[in-house]
Structures are given as structure tokens and as C-alpha cells.
Write a protein that binds this ligand. Structure first.
Ligand code: ATP
Ligand code: MG
Length: 380
């Protein structure tokens, strides 16, 4: 089946007095892998359930392949779903669980295509279903578990069965809600590769919910970052990382978390912190603002701010060094450096840090991104 677009137009949803989704517009292009990310409770699952038809929005429209589906039952939307709380049939084996969507499709065939349904030899159909089930099970490394019942599986194994059950179909789109959340770190990394490869192979539309930014960054063609029922930013992983539209986005994406330095924009546009000209200019209105500095953009510099080191964390290739500003102990910085380098602190556990000005991100008081200018002198 050719991949279909998913469109949400002005979708709103409340539970009781709480507005959970506020006027969501989102277009998932045919064949793209779009991830919805955001903090717990921001409305990701609710949005996915609305696309699936399990939840009805209070306002707005939902289209699949350009077709308005607001009054279409979930079972008629032809979507494959894997949810956070996956439900397997307890009395069936893994093999039967995975085969269910295929057998249901076969059962519904005679009604739609009587001739094909009647002519297909039952043995051939069974062999085809068995092969599809085995393919999906092998991909998810559960082919040795096909004869077990769900109660005899670990949580992670059950999740993979649920995933396999979705993969055997050829739906208009795949909807996945944290399908890897119960897996250990190694299997998760393996499944990220598998899902990305699967997406390339199928060319299908994926709408994927996760609160794990690594999943979103590594697999998606685009990311929609949600916060409190709104989409804060929609963009490629690269756009979201290198040009975060808001402070919320900047804080959410990036390991370690972006460093935030309180600054002042002067009437002349000069940006300063703790009385010091940072070599950056802005046309934005004078007043307090925030400079976002990624850990990899901080470096040691004799001219820089003096910081006190609190902890060095070993991450294999890299080391994260946590420190606070000597001028203001409430400002914390994390510096990322190669673990092969010397930390470079003096005997008192202090060092001086500065940043690459052209990599700084400026946010105004309301948290919106603002353009920065780097005067030539500072950029040199
Ligand atoms: N049926 C419901 N009745 C009342 N409130 C609900 C209902 N379903 C969800 N909510 C509330 O709506 C908000 C969004 O929930 P949702 O499940 O969409 O969040 P989420 O982004 O998927 O979070 P998580 O990452 O924890 O899964 C939450 O505050 C939740 O408590
Ligand atoms: Mg959820």
C-alpha cells in the first residue's frame, strides 16, 4: 500500500476542566518518520489516540490520506498501532498473537473480494501467514518464543511481540507509542537501528511517540516537540538541535542539558553578563535575557569566566565536567571535553571557560529565540 499522509487541523481536546491539547496543526507527510516528543503528560499519547480514532477530539479535524476520518471507526482507519500499554491475547501463543491481523484480513477478504478469497488455497494462505510471522519474529529476535504464551514472557519480550504484530500488516501508517520503553539499553539501541531500517525498507508513514530524545533524534525525519498541549517546534533533528525555537525546546533536546547564562541586553544592543561584554549584539529590546550554550561549545580560555569544578563524569569517549560560576554559584555549567584531554583545572579545582560566540542561542524573557549578531572583532 502506498504511504498515506496524516493531517491534524485545529485539534483540541480537554478532559474535564483541563485543556490537554490546544489547537494542534500537524501534517505527517507520506512516508516520513515523524516523532512526537515532550515531557510526561504533555499530551503525546492523547494526540496519537485521536489519530487512531480511540479518542474523539473536542475540536478540529483528522485526515488520513486526505480523507476526513473523524467519523471512521478505529478498525476502519487501517492503521497499525503499538501502544505503551500493549494488549496481547493471553490465551494465544506468540505465533497466534502475531498472526492475528493477517488472519483477520483473510477472514474479511471473501466479503470484499469473493473470488480471490474462495480461490486462494487454504494451505498456501497458511504458509504465507507463517512466513510473515517468522519474518517479523526474526527481525525482533523473538522467533525462539513463538510457541509460548504472553504470561511466559518478560515485559520486553511482550513488547516485541506487540511490535511484531503491527509489522506483519501493510497499513496506511504506523502509530507507535513508546514501543521500546520496556527494553534494556542494548536492545533499545538495536531496535532503534531495526526500526529505522524497517522504515527505510517499507517507506511507510510512521508517527512515533517517545519522551526519549535519543530515539527521536536518531530515527526521525522530523520531530514535533510538544509542551503542555502545544507543538513548540516542528523541524528536522538538526534544526531542532542547532536552532531551538524556544527555551523549552533548547532545554529538552541535548545531552547534557544546555547551559543557561543569565544576560542583559543593553540599550545599545550590547549583551553582557556579570558586567562583562560578551562580544555579542542583539536588536531585541533592552532587558534581561538568557544565553543558551551547549556543553560542546564551551572551552577553556584564560579570558573566560572563572568556574569551580564539582564533578567530572566519565562517559567513555567524553567527559562531562559540572561546575558553577564563581560570580554566581546558582549558575551551573556542564562542559563536555574529550576524555583523553587533561581536565585543565588549577590546584583549587577552578578553571576559566568561554564559549564559541557564533554558537550561542539567545532567548528573550518569554523564552522565544532571538537573533544574535557576532561583531567581526569577536568572531575573529
Ligand atoms: N482519560 C483521561 N481522563 C482525564 N485526564 C486524562 C485522560 N487521559 C489523559 N489525561 C491527562 O491528559 C494529559 C496528557 O496525557 P497523555 O497520556 O497524552 O500524556 P503523554 O504526553 O503521553 O505522557 P507520558 O509521556 O507520560 O506517556 C495528562 O495530564 C493526563 O493526566
Ligand atoms: Mg504517553
Amino acid at each position: 500500500m502506498t504511504p498515506q499522509s496524516l493531517d491534524l487541523v485545529g485539534v483540541g481536546k480537554g478532559f474535564g476542566a483541563d485543556d490537554i491539547l490546544k489547537n494542534i496543526d500537524l501534517e505527517v507527510r507520506p512516508g516520513e518518520f515523524l516523532s512526537l516528543v515532550g515531557m510526561s503528560g504533555c499530551g503525546k499519547s492523547t494526540l496519537l489516540r485521536i489519530v487512531a480514532g480511540l479518542e474523539r477530539p473536542d475540536r478540529g479535524q483528522v485526515f488520513i490520506g486526505g480523507r476526513d476520518v473523524i467519523d471512521t471507526d478505529p478498525s476502519d482507519r487501517n492503521l497499525a498501532m503499538v501502544f505503551q500499554s500493549y494488549a496481547l491475547y493471553p490465551h494465544m501463543t506468540v505465533r497466534q498473537n502475531i498472526a492475528t491481523p493477517l488472519r483477520m484480513r483473510r477472514l474479511s477478504l471473501p466479503a470484499r473480494l469473493p473470488l480471490v478469497g474462495r480461490l486462494a488455497a487454504p494451505g498456501a494462505v497458511k504458509a504465507e501467514i507463517d512466513r510473515s510471522v517468522l519474518d517479523a519474529a526474526q527481525m525482533l529476535q523473538i522467533d525462539h518464543l513463538l510457541d509460548r504464551k504472553p504470561a511466559q514472557l518478560s515485559g520486553g519480550q511482550r513488547q516485541r511481540v506487540a511490535l511484531a504484530r503491527a509489522l506483519v500488516r501493510s497499513p496506511a501508517a504506523f502509530l507507535m507509542d513508546e514501543p521500546l520503553s520496556n527494553l534494556d539499553a542494548k536492545l533499545r539501541a538495536h531496535m532503534r537501528d531495526e526500526l529505522a531500517a524497517l522504515h527505510r525498507r517499507l517507506g511507510a508513514t510512521f508517527l512515533y511517540v517517545t519522551h526519549d530524545q535519543v530515539e527521536a533524534m536518531t530515527m526521525s525525519s522530523r520531530i514535533a516537540l510538544m509542551s503542555e498541549g502545544r507543538i513548540e517546534q516542528l523541524g528536522t533533528p538538526d534544526e531542532i538541535y542547532t536552532r531551538p525555537a524556544t527555551l523549552t525546546v533548547a532545554r529538552f533536546i541535548g545531552v547534557p542539558t544546555i547551559n543557561l547564562l543569565p544576560v542583559r541586553i543593553g540599550g545599545d544592543g550590547v549583551i553582557s553578563a556579570y558586567g562583562r561584554d560578551l562580544g555579542l549584539r542583539s536588536h531585541h529590546a533592552a532587558g534581561p535575557a538568557t544565553l543558551g550554550l551547549r556543553a560542546e561549545d564551551l572551552h577553556r580560555s584564560d579570558e573566560g569566566f572563572e568556574v569551580r569544578i564539582h564533578r567530572a563524569e566519565m562517559h567513555g569517549a567524553d567527559r562531562f565536567i559540572q561546575c558553577t560560576l564563581l560570580d554566581d554559584a546558582s549558575v551551573r555549567f556542564t562542559l563536555r571535553q574529550s576524555a583523553r584531554d587533561d581536565i585543565g583545572a588549577d590546584g583549587d579545582g577552578r578553571m576559566r571557560l568561554f564559549f564559541a560566540p557564533e554558537r550561542a542561542h539567545l532567548f528573550d524573557q518569554s523564552g522565544l529565540r532571538r537573533e544574535l549578531r557576532v561583531p567581526e572583532k569577536a568572531a575573529a
